[in-house]
Design a protein around this ligand. Structure first.
Ligand code: HEC
Length: 399
């Protein structure tokens, strides 16, 4: 107290005293904005507690229907509590979503930031001085007027403070976010096709169909083996497909120019399914194989190989957001390890290799068994089996 009064005399008092009434705007941890660690605590989410944001009796937002949000901050060491929350468009965190109202004006307050941004935080009474274990605040939120606004993300920061009345490194700061879809909207899932080859005798097609009774939009993004957007001669770097109810469409990477390889990121709303096909034409004789849509969340994949008279290759893509440390393990028919190969691949890059040519995997030669990929980042895998000119794909079981 003496310190604060001393500072007051130095005319800093309004800035300091202002804090006890609640934090400034733009501290809720929105990408590009700050959080409470500007003054409190150290690294976010490094304490033994947790910040949670949830909807009360709702799982989606509906235009015109106010939603109640609950912010719960728990930490076994804390004795004073604070939070700040804001709502943004999930696709653009700079765009404010909906309008907040106070559910309890005795514990929370509303502050505005730049460009109409809006924040709700605790106020002095809402910091619940001396309370142990956890603190909960409720907030009301009116959604956008139209579902076309799309998904909304609530960003929140919480300070589980030690109740010593100052901002210090012992306070524990937590951040979290909650994404809420408009009611009736279908979710979009990302898939990957790890085999895209065109030119030099190769061609790849993707078939998609919409089983919904409403129109649906699918997006295909093309990437080169180097992970960079790939400009396909007849398609560009991406394709957007608008599929009428029950409609089917095909996208073809034509056999133009020299052989180019890469992968396709396929974003599909619920109810839209499909597969890829790649083709090699040698002396007028076409050979084709199917490429299944692989999920983009697995870090493991397994398939059966037969290198007695055939050659097994694998096409795999790092679909994660960072470097992938990958280990390939070959096992024989008894499950005994034949060998391993370990490497690192950058995000969004794709490789295709004949497995028995890799160091450590030469022992596959003449054998049958399984190949297991295990990666530190999400990876998609497709096995390819060659018998002279003939080839087929081997789907991997991904986990
Ligand atoms: C610009 C610096 C600054 C930022 C950023 C800041 N605070 Fe504070 N905070 C203070 C100061 C100064 C105090 C002590 C004076 C007071 O309570 O008025 C304080 C005190 C507190 C306390 C009481 C701490 C205790 O141990 O008694 C809580 C709770 C709190 N702030 C919550 C928050 C939350 C939540 C955020 C982020 C949303 C935040 N603060 C961001 C400066 C800041």
């Amino acid at each position: 107290m003496i310190n604060k009064l001393g500072l007051c005399a130095l005319v800093l008092c309004s800035a300091i005293w202002a804090k006890s009434t609640g934090p400034d705007p733009a501290l809720a941890g929105v990408p590009g904005e700050d959080n409470c660690t500007v003054c409190h605590g150290t690294t976010v989410n490094s304490g033994g507690g947790k910040l949670t944001v949830s909807l009360v009796n709702a799982s989606a937002w509906t235009p015109g229907q106010q939603v109640q949000l609950r912010i719960t901050l728990a930490d076994p060491t804390a004795r004073r509590w604070g939070f700040e929350i804001t709502a943004r468009s999930s696709s653009n965190p700079n765009t404010t979503a909906g309008v907040f109202a106070l559910a309890d004006a005795t514990t929370t307050r509303r502050v505005t930031g730049f460009a109409g941004t809006e924040y709700i935080s605790h106020n002095s009474a809402g910091s619940r001085t001396g309370t142990a274990d956890s603190s909960t605040w409720d907030v009301l939120w009116t959604p956008p007027a139209d579902v076309s606004f799309g998904a909304v993300t609530f960003y929140a920061a919480g300070n589980a403070a030690n109740n010593n009345g100052v901002e210090d490194p012992d306070d524990k700061v937590y951040t979290t976010s909650l994404t809420v879809n408009p009611a009736g909207a279908s979710n979009t899932t990302s898939y990957a096709l790890s085999q895209l080859a065109f030119g030099g005798g190769w061609y790849t097609a993707v078939y998609l169909t919409n089983a919904n009774s409403a129109a649906a939009t699918a997006t295909l993004n093309y990437f080169g083996a180097d992970g960079k957007p790939l400009n396909i001669t007849n398609l560009g770097t991406s394709t957007t497909l608008n599929l009428a109810p029950k409609a089917t469409a095909i996208v073809e990477a034509a056999d133009l120019g020299p052989l180019t390889q890469g992968w396709i990121e396929v974003k599909l709303p619920d109810g839209v399914t499909g597969y890829g096909v790649f083709r090699q034409t040698v002396q007028g004789r076409p050979q084709e194989a199917v490429v299944p849509l692989a999920n983009t969340v697995s870090t493991q994949g397994t398939f059966i190989f037969d290198d007695t008279n055939y050659l097994t290759a694998a096409a795999f893509t790092n679909v994660g957001s960072g470097d992938a440390n990958v280990t390939i393990t070959a096992r024989d028919t008894e499950g005994v390890t034949l060998g391993t190969n370990t490497f690192t691949m950058s995000t969004k890059t794709r490789s295709a290799v004949v497995l028995q040519l890799l160091g450590g995997l030469e022992t596959m030669k003449g054998k049958r068994g399984t190949i297991e990929f295990s990666s530190s980042a999400a990876i998609t895998i497709l096995g390819l089996r060659f018998n002279g000119e003939a080839f087929t794909s081997i789907p991997a079981v991904q986990k």
